[in-house]
Design a protein around this ligand. Structure first.
Ligand SMILES: *[C@@H]1O[C@H](CO)[C@@H](O)[C@H](O)[C@H]1NC(C)=O
Ligand SMILES: *[C@@H]1O[C@H](CO)[C@@H](O)[C@H](O)[C@H]1NC(C)=O
Ligand SMILES: *[C@@H]1O[C@H](CO)[C@@H](O)[C@H](O)[C@H]1NC(C)=O
Ligand SMILES: *[C@@H]1O[C@H](CO)[C@@H](O)[C@H](O)[C@H]1NC(C)=O
Ligand SMILES: *[C@@H]1O[C@H](CO)[C@@H](O)[C@H](O)[C@H]1NC(C)=O
Ligand SMILES: *[C@@H]1O[C@H](CO)[C@@H](O)[C@H](O)[C@H]1NC(C)=O
Ligand SMILES: *[C@@H]1O[C@H](CO)[C@@H](O)[C@H](O)[C@H]1NC(C)=O
Length: 323
C-alpha cells in the first residue's frame, strides 16, 4: 500500500487510504565505504580507543547484557553545557556484560566534525564544492559514567541475550559499511504533525533509533522511565527541485550560472572564518535563506534546491518513543 511517485515521493496509504506523501528521498545505501580523502583532516581522531578494524567482541548466549540510553550535550568540552541548554545533544548506546563485568559504548558520529558534514570546502583548484562528510559507527570498551550522567542521561532501558547482542553486532558492521555520509538537516514541508518529510537526517540519533528498532526486531524489550527526546535540526521548504550531481552541475558550461550560485551559497558558510567575516556571513545567510527563500541541499551526493518557507530553520528537542 505504498508507491514511489515520479518526483521521488514515497506515498503511503494512511487513514481511509487517502494517499499521502510521507517521505521524499531516503538516505542512499552504498556497496562499501570508500577511504576518506586525504584533504579531510580530523581535528580530533575518530574513535581513538575503538578496535582498528571495528571488531565487536563476541558474547556467550548465556550472558545477560544490559542496554543503556546515553545522551550528553554536544561539544561540551568547548562550550560547557551551553549547547545542552539549547538541547543540542549527542546520543549513544551503552552495553554491559553480567558475565565479564566489561562495559561498552557504541555511537555514530562525524569523521571530520559537524561543520564539515554540514558545509563543504571551496577549494581554489576545484570547481565543485568539496565535502568531508563521512560519518561512522564507533564501538569501544568502557562507559564514562560521569560524562553521560552529569549533564545528560545514563539510563538502563533493557536487557538482551548474548545471541541478540551478536546479531546486533553483525547488523552494525553492515550498517556501517553501507550508510556512509552524515546528514545534519531534516527537511519538512511545515512544523505541523502531518508535514511531509522531504529529506530525513542521517546522524547519531538516527543510528540510535535504527539500533533500537533492530534490537526490538531481535526480540528485545526496551523501556524508559522518562521521555526519550532527541535533537532535530529542521529546514522548512516547499517541494524540492532536483538539480543533479557534481559532474552534471559543475562539469557542464550550460549550467554555469547554477554552479556559480551554489558556490556563492556555500561561500557564506565556509569554515574557519574570522569574527568579522562570520558576522557578514550571518547577514548573507539570512538574506539567502529568509529573504531569497533559497537553500541548496547536498543529499546522497546530489544537489537539490529548496524553496524555503517560514519558520525556515528550527532546532527542536522532541520525543521519539522507544520501539
Ligand atoms: C574540517 O576539515 C578541514 C579540512 O580538512 C580540517 O582542517 C578541519 O580540522 C576539519 N574540522 C573542522 C572543525 O573544521
Ligand atoms: C565503521 O567504519 C569506520 C570507518 O571505516 C571504522 O573506523 C569503524 O571501526 C567502523 N565501526 C564498526 C563498529 O565497524
Ligand atoms: C562501566 O565500567 C566502569 C569500570 O568498571 C564502571 O566504573 C562504570 O560504572 C560502568 N558503567 C556502567 C553503566 O555499567
Ligand atoms: C556539566 O556542566 C558543568 C557546567 O554547567 C561543567 O562544569 C561540568 O564539567 C559538566 N560535566 C561534565 C561531566 O561534562
Ligand atoms: C492530520 O491527519 C489526520 C489523519 O488524516 C487528521 O485527522 C488530522 O486532523 C490532521 N491534523 C492536522 C493538524 O492537519
Ligand atoms: C551523475 O549524473 C549523471 C546523470 O545526470 C550520471 O550519468 C552519472 O553517472 C552521475 N555521476 C556519478 C558520479 O554518480
Ligand atoms: C520532549 O518532547 C516532548 C514532545 O515532543 C515535549 O513536549 C517536551 O517538552 C520535550 N522535553 C524537553 C525537556 O524538551
Amino acid at each position: 500500500s505504498s508507491f514511489l511517485s515520479p518526483s521521488g515521493c514515497l506515498y503511503q496509504c494512511t487513514f481511509y487510504c487517502s494517499f499521502r506523501c510521507i517521505s521524499y528521498v531516503t538516505p542512499r545505501r552504498f556497496d562499501h565505504r570508500p577511504a576518506a580523502d586525504s584533504y579531510c583532516e580530523a581535528l580530533y581522531p575518530f574513535c581513538p580507543t575503538g578496535d582498528q578494524d571495528g571488531r565487536i567482541p563476541y558474547m556467550r548466549d548465556s550472558d545477560v547484557i544490559s542496554v543503556y540510553r546515553l545522551q550528553t550535550p554536544v561539544w561540551e568540552f568547548k562550550y560547557g553545557d551551553l549547547l545542552g541548554k539549547f538541547h543540542i545533544m549527542h546520543d549513544a548506546i551503552g552495553f554491559s556484560s553480567s558475565e565479564t563485568g566489561a562495559n561498552y559504548t557504541m555511537e555514530w558520529y562525524e569523521l571530520f566534525q559537524l561543520g564539515n558534514c554540514t558545509f563543504p570546502h571551496l577549494r581554489p583548484e576545484m570547481y565543485a564544492p568539496f565535502w568531508c562528510n563521512q560519518g561512522a559507527a564507533c564501538f569501544f570498551e568502557g562507559i564514562d559514567d560521569l560524562h553521560w550522567s552529569q549533564n545528560g542521561t545514563l539510563e538502563k532501558i533493557g536487557e538482551i541475550t548474548g545471541n541478540q547482542f551478536n546479531d546486533m553486532a553483525q547488523w552494525v558492521q553492515d550498517d556501517n559499511e553501507t550508510g556512509i555520509y552524515y546528514e545534519t538537516w531534516t527537511v519538512r514541508s511545515d512544523p505541523g504533525p502531518n508535514a511531509t518529510v522531504w529529506f530525513e537526517s542521517y546522524d547519531c540519533s538516527q543510528f540510535v533509533h535504527r539500533t533500537y528498532r533492530k534490537l526490538a526486531e531481535l526480540g528485545a524489550k526496551l523501556s524508559s522511565r522518562t521521555q526519550t527526546n532527541y535533537t532535530k535540526i529542521y529546514l522548512y521548504s516547499g517541494e524540492p527541485t532536483y538539480l543533479g550531481n557534481d559532474s552534471a552541475i559543475f562539469g557542464q558550461p550550460a549550467l554555469k550560472n547554477l554552479a556559480v550560485d551554489i558556490r556563492n551559497f556555500y561561500h557564506t558558510f565556509r569554515p574557519h572564518q574570522s569574527f568579522t567575516d562570520f558576522a557578514i556571513s550571518l547577514l548573507e545567510a539570512y538574506k539567502k535563506v529568509v529573504l531569497d527563500k533559497s537553500f541548496y541541499l547536498y543529499y546522497n551526493f546530489e544537489y537539490w534546491h529548496l524553496p524555503m518557507k517560514p519558520p525556515y530553520v528550527q532546532i527542536t528537542y522532541e520525543e521519539v518513543p522507544l520501539p
